[in-house]
Design a protein around this ligand. Structure first.
Ligand code: FAD
Ligand code: PHB
Length: 389
């Protein structure tokens, strides 16, 4: 088998890349380890930046997103139960759209099938060969048969636990990393959201987030310790703790319901540089992870693959590697801006186990400044809606 680009992974990065390449006349094949149902069953991100929505429109998959997604022109923050609203649209002229990653994935998969974009599921990638030459080969196993695909390029969109990043010799990769001493316990329920805006709450009991998937489906998160177990959190305990952290005015509007899903995710910042080794390019979570506090993970996957599709199109147009050479630096500039913002949000809103009273005062002063200063609010709004791609 032969194609121009083999894409590893059918998450948002890999699926969107296959569409962007198709629009630019470049052939690709997606290899995904899991089944489509498994990929669609993962509950992850919920907030799309303006630029991500534009990219989804560009590849023609925006119809359901515009019909069912909820446009948010503001976001709320809480400190010890006091609510403050930040008017994103009034401050920076942009909004965000709440539309689950599951739905984005489904729309990209459905449109890909309609267009006949090749995607092979339950394909177990065994090896990436000759990556440092101009004739790389990807070998995978499916249904007991081993298949080799010859290609011009490999796009590593296979997430944090994929095979692409480990295929790069460690001497050729620099890793920057920070682990946070807590995780998020998430709960999804078919109940109306407690607030019309997303609500990020800092409290002495720890951070809480009130988010949503639609007007009838809510997503809530609680900061938890790293050794916490989901079965130690029956629904009633989750709702009781959420009420305590969000303060009275939001708690008054909380509607309880049975959990459709409950899971714990650790928080970490991670960047591997550069995003290229020979003919292998990394994009999305394969190259970097941000803590979810800034809602940036999915959006960075989208901007990475936009830059990569442009760089590949430049190669096929000019047969020079000038744009391919620039990919890593171009993508990493935006990645680091989001790593910084996500780190800042995480640092300001969570309780750290070794917090001194001094650091808690600094956090309070920072949030108080944000609530009072239109300048600080504009900085937050500009980052939250997403820096230009
Ligand atoms: P992924 O979505 O991870 O996709 C990678 C794909 O590659 C997967 O389908 C995987 O099965 C496949 N794969 C792996 N190995 C192989 C292989 N060897 N061969 C072939 N395919 C392979 N972001 C937010 O903004 N808000 C959130 O609330 C949030 N919650 C998250 C919760 C969890 C548990 C995780 C893991 C991430 C969360 N994120 C969140 C981050 C966001 O979901 C990711 O940034 C986004 O999914 C990145 O997309 P991606 O396509 O790069 O990677
Ligand atoms: C979500 O809805 O899952 C979500 C929203 C905002 C975040 C993180 C997660 O910052």
């Amino acid at each position: 088998m032969r194609t121009q680009v083999v894409i590893l992974g059918a998450g948002p990065a890999g699926l969107l890349l296959s569409h962007l390449l198709h629009k630019r006349g470049i052939a690709s094949v997606i290899l995904e380890r899991r089944s489509p149902d498994y990929v669609l069953g993962r509950i992850r991100a919920g907030v799309l930046e303006h630029g991500t929505v534009e990219l989804l429109d560009e590849v023609g998959v925006g119809a359901r997103l515009h019909a069912e997604g909820v446009v948010h022109s503001a976001v709320e923050f809480g400190l010890d139960g006091h609510r403050h609203r930040i008017e994103l649209e009034a401050l920076v002229g942009r909004t965000v759209t709440v539309y689950g990653q599951t739905e984005v994935t489904r729309d990209l998969m459905d449109a890909g099938s309609r267009l006949g974009l090749p995607a092979i599921y339950e394909a177990n990638v065994l090896a990436l060969e000759h990556v440092d030459s101009d004739q790389p080969v990807v070998r995978y196993a499916k249904d007991g048969t081993v298949v080799a695909i010859h290609c011009d390029f490999i796009a590593g969109c296979d997430g944090y636990h994929g095979v692409s990043r480990p295929a790069i010799p460690s001497a050729k990769l620099t890793v920057y990393e920070r682990s946070y001493p807590f995780g998020w316990l998430g709960l999804l329920a078919d109940v109306p959201p407690a607030s019309d805006a997303l609500y990020y709450a800092s409290s002495d009991r720890g951070f809480a987030l009130c988010s949503m998937r639609s007007r009838s489906r809510s997503r809530y998160y609680l900061q938890c310790s790293l050794d916490e177990r989901v079965d130690a959190w029956p629904d009633a305990r989750f709702w009781d703790e959420l009420e305590r952290r969000v303060g009275e005015t939001v708690a008054a509007h909380l509607v309880r319901g049975p959990a459709l899903e409950k899971s714990i995710a650790p928080l970490r910042s991670f960047v591997a540089e550069p995003l290229r080794f020979g003919r292998l390019f990394l994009a999305g979570d394969a190259a970097h992870i941000v803590p979810p506090t800034g809602a940036k993970g999915l959006n960075l996957a989208a901007s990475d693959v936009y830059y990569l599709s442009e760089a590949l199109a430049g190669y096929y147009r000019s047969r020079t590697e000038r744009e391919l050479d620039a990919y890593s630096e171009r993508a990493l500039r935006r990645v680091w801006a989001s790593v910084r913002f996500s780190w800042w949000m995480t640092s300001q809103l969570h309780r750290f186990p070794d917090d001194s009273e001094f650091s808690r005062r600094i956090q309070r002063a920072e949030l108080d400044y944000l609530f009072r200063s239109p300048h600080a609010q504009r900085v937050l709004a500009e980052n939250y809606v997403g820096l230009p791609i």
